[in-house]
Each structure stands twice: as structure tokens, then as C-alpha cells.
Write a protein that binds this ligand. Structure first.
Ligand code: PEP
Ligand code: MN
Length: 265
């Protein structure tokens, strides 16, 4: 897997270049599952920035299990992300589901997310590999490490060296207590196999806000380079993934807890 190549991904943002990698400070990506309206995305961006995050996340195009669930506001949500970027200087990470949306999405996204469900959408991987925004590649929910690294290889082989790997929980036999099983062993395993930076998403990894802080701290202890945390100003009213979203206050407290774990923020 292209061992020996530069082991960090540099992402220019309005607030300066942020580096993802083993030899750089922890990078934190936070924000709601979905972009719901301008007030909530700008407010969330301000709160997560004040707490120390470098990136705002938020879906404009949502891959929902049910076609009747909220699908995201689509292209109009990209404008709201642009407003939040403008207001805070945070970098933006948002998911691309359809290559037809690449151009408008890449105008606002500083990092393009490919979600778990599209990890092996090879035509989409080739397309993000043929443009120059960095790519956040989430692990498919039933993907082996080999499947995942080969998916990353599609992006690299198409010419884009800037890929970040995000573990977000895999499907196991027990889904009664947590939505997924967060594979923290993936951190040292990836470190031994690839130079690509590592991100852990304990929000999708557990599906429950109350379990997120413990898994975020464990991920740092295990050596992750970055974290993705879902934060919503009013999780009970969220249009998607409310049960796993931290309030801004809880996120702020978590950031203070993380600062004492190890890797400097
Ligand atoms: C998300 O990050 O909002 C998301 C849909 O994640 P995943 O692809 O990991 O399910
Ligand atoms: Mn989500």
C-alpha cells in the first residue's frame, strides 16, 4: 500500500493548513449528522470551533436506510455549509453519494467524505481519485481491512494521494446495546499496514451518545490521528442520528477530557 510515502494529509482551511497524521496533533471533526437549517449549522460550527475542533461535518446528501427518512437538503445544504465555513473558518467535511454532485460539493468541501455504504462504489472512488480534494474513506460496515485498503488504493491509483481512513463500526452479531462494534484494533493494524492517516468515529461506532466519550478516549489511547464526533444543538429534535449526537456542552467537556489523555490537541 504505497509504504514509505509521506505519512500525512495536509488540508488547507480558512483557518490555516491542518495536518492529519501520526506525527501531528489530534484533529477533531465535529458537527451534526445532517445540515438541517442555517441557524443550526452556523451555531454548531461556532460551538465546536470554540471547543477546539478544526473541521465541521454535516451531511447535505444522506444515505438513509429508508427512502422515507430525511434524505438531506441536497445542494441547498451546501450553501449553508459555505455560510458556516465563512462564519468560523472551519474546514468542511461532507459526504458525496453521487458523482453528479461532485462539482458543487467540491466547491464547499475541504475534504470529501465517501460513506460506509459507498466504500466499494468503485466508479465513485475513481472519480474522487481523479480530482484533488482530500478524501475521507469510511470503512464499509462489513468490509475487511483488506477490502478497505483496496478501496483506498482505487483513489490513490487514480492519482489522489490524500486519503484518510475512518473506522466507524462494523456489523457484528450483537446490535442490542450498540448500533455497531467499533473496531479499535483497526488503529494499530492500519498503522502496521499503511501510511494513510487514521480517523475514528465513535458516534456511528456506538450509536449512543453516552458511549461516545469513552470510545473517543480509547481511540486516542490506541493511537488514532483524528476523531469524528456528531454534535447537535438539540439531539432530541435531530432529523437524523439524534441518539448518538452530543450536545455542544457535552462536546466541550469531552474536548477538555481528551486534552489530558495523551496526543496533544
Ligand atoms: C455519516 O458520517 O453521516 C454517515 C452516514 O456515516 P457512515 O457512512 O459511516 O454510516
Ligand atoms: Mn450520522
Amino acid at each position: 500500500y504505497r509504504q514509505g510515502e509521506a505519512s500525512s494529509v495536509a488540508v488547507p482551511t480558512p483557518n490555516g493548513t491542518v495536518y492529519f497524521g501520526e506525527h501531528h496533533p489530534l484533529v477533531v471533526v465535529a458537527g451534526p449528522c445532517s445540515v438541517e437549517n442555517e441557524d443550526m449549522i452556523v451555531e454548531t460550527a461556532q460551538r465546536v470551533k470554540a471547543a477546539g475542533a478544526q473541521f465541521l461535518r454535516g451531511g447535505a446528501f444522506k444515505p438513509r436506510t429508508s427512502p422515507y427518512a430525511f434524505q438531506g437538503h441536497g445542494e441547498s445544504a451546501l450553501n449553508l455549509l459555505a455560510a458556516a465555513r465563512e462564519a468560523t473558518g472551519l474546514g468542511i467535511i461532507t459526504e458525496l453519494m453521487d458523482a453528479a454532485d461532485l462539482k458543487p460539493l467540491a466547491e464547499v468541501a475541504d475534504v470529501i467524505q465517501i460513506g460506509a455504504r459507498n466504500m466499494q462504489n468503485f466508479s465513485l472512488l475513481k472519480k474522487v481519485g481523479a480530482q484533488d480534494k482530500p478524501v475521507l474513506l469510511k470503512r464499509g460496515m462489513a468490509a475487511t481491512i483488506e477490502d478497505w485498503l483496496m478501496a483506498a488504493e482505487y483513489v490513490l491509483a487514480a492519482g489522489n494521494p490524500n486519503v484518510i481512513l475512518c473506522e466507524r463500526g462494523i456489523r457484528t452479531f450483537d446490535r442490542d446495546y450498540a448500533r455497531n462494534t467499533l473496531d479499535l484494533a483497526a488503529i494499530p493494524v492500519l498503522r502496521s499496514l499503511t501510511h494513510l492517516p487514521i480517523m475514528i468515529d465513535p458516534s456511528h461506532g456506538t450509536g449512543r451518545a453516552e458511549y461516545v466519550p469513552a470510545m473517543a478516549m480509547a481511540a486516542i489511547a490506541a493511537g488514532t490521528d483524528s476523531l469524528m464526533i456528531e454534535v447537535h444543538p438539540n439531539p432530541k429534535k435531530a432529523l437524523s442520528d439524534g441518539p448518538q449526537s452530543l450536545t455542544p456542552d457535552r462536546f466541550d467537556q469531552l474536548m477538555q477530557e481528551l486534552a489530558i489523555i495523551g496526543k496533544p490537541l
